[in-house]
Design a protein around this ligand. Structure first.
Ligand SMILES: NC(=O)c1ccc[n+]([C@@H]2O[C@H](COP(=O)([O-])OP(=O)(O)OC[C@H]3O[C@@H](n4cnc5c(N)ncnc54)[C@H](O)[C@@H]3O)[C@@H](O)[C@H]2O)c1
Length: 257
């Protein structure tokens, strides 16, 4: 799937976490194609450097462990130094590690919450600071359909993503009350074909069979592609969504309908 260049994000500067892979990488490409400058943050420095090189002068690779407050300071400062401001933060970094409630340890819970919930909290906190300096902007948080419909295999993941939804609403209300010109929204993807699925697909007889099995759980009969989530991230980052804040948008082929 490709994106035709459009001016929807002309003049905007986005900082994308988890930008090395899957939905984050597709969003970096889509945002750049829509006219934005993009700071690509991730732990995978070689991959972000290569993606920045592919996108060209509109992109900057930044090292960003979303659980590290000092990394947030440095990543935002690097993006502001290069592009003059940050007015869009896409909190995409996340991990999915299965462990049922009877198997899960407190360490497992803490690890998942640290990346998926604390990481988005820091993204919102440092995002709001940066966006206020820019005079406004948008925060987009990637949650999950599993924040709405739980799955028995992933209690920590479900809880971490539900935390993202509640955080999103609270941040949206605070920014609206203070008239900071900052919107904050969440996307709830269904199953999407990215490397996060690899551990689940490798347990299937074949990769195609695993993808078909995931697809059959969605009313549309298939799983999603990262570009289909990226398109909604571009919309929420753009002025076309100017009256949308505190929303959680399922992009899931009907899974949560
Ligand atoms: N793929 C799906 O089926 C699906 C469904 C619903 C929600 N999501 C969510 O979408 C987001 C993106 O996932 P994806 O499917 O593209 O997976 P992915 O594994 O392809 O990408 C996740 C990225 O996050 C990065 N990351 C992990 N920990 C990090 C940290 N501490 N700091 C910075 N970066 C870190 C990884 O290096 C990787 O590049 C995640 O939040 C995930 O939970 C995915």
């Amino acid at each position: 799937m490709t994106h035709a260049p459009s001016p929807r994000l002309d003049g905007k500067v986005a900082l994308v976490t988890g930008g090395a892979s899957g939905i984050g990488a597709a969003s970096c490409r889509a945002m750049a194609a829509a006219g934005a400058k993009v700071a690509i943050g991730d732990l995978q420095d070689t991959v972000t450097a290569s993606l920045a090189n592919e996108i060209g002068t509109a992109a900057l690779a930044v090292h960003l462990d979303v659980t590290s407050e000092s990394d947030w300071h440095q990543a935002v400062a690097a993006a502001e130094a290069k592009f003059g401001k940050v007015d869009t933060v896409l909190n995409c970094a996340g991990i999915s590690v299965p462990a049922t409630i009877d198997e899960a340890t407190l360490d497992h819970w803490s690890h998942v919450m640290r990346v998926n919930a604390d990481g988005v909290f820091l993204g919102c906190k440092h995002g709001v600071d940066a966006l206020r300096r820019a005079g406004g902007g948008t925060i987009v948080n990637i949650a999950s359909s599993l924040a709405i419909r739980a799955g028995s295999k992933y209690p920590a993941y479900c809880a971490s993503k539900a935390a993202v939804l509640a955080l999103t609403r609270s941040v949206a209300l605070r920014c609206a009350e203070e008239k900071w010109n900052i919107r904050c929204n969440a996307i709830c993807p269904g199953v999407v074909e990215t490397p996060i699925l690899d551990r689940y697909l490798s347990a299937s007889p074949t990769r195609d069979a695993g993808i078909a099995a995931f697809g059959s759980r969605h009313p549309m009969g298939r799983i999603g592609q990262p570009e289909e989530i990226a398109a909604v991230a571009v919309f929420l980052a753009s002025d076309e969504s100017s009256f949308i804040t505190g929303a959680e948008i399922p992009v899931d082929g009907g899974y949560c309908a």
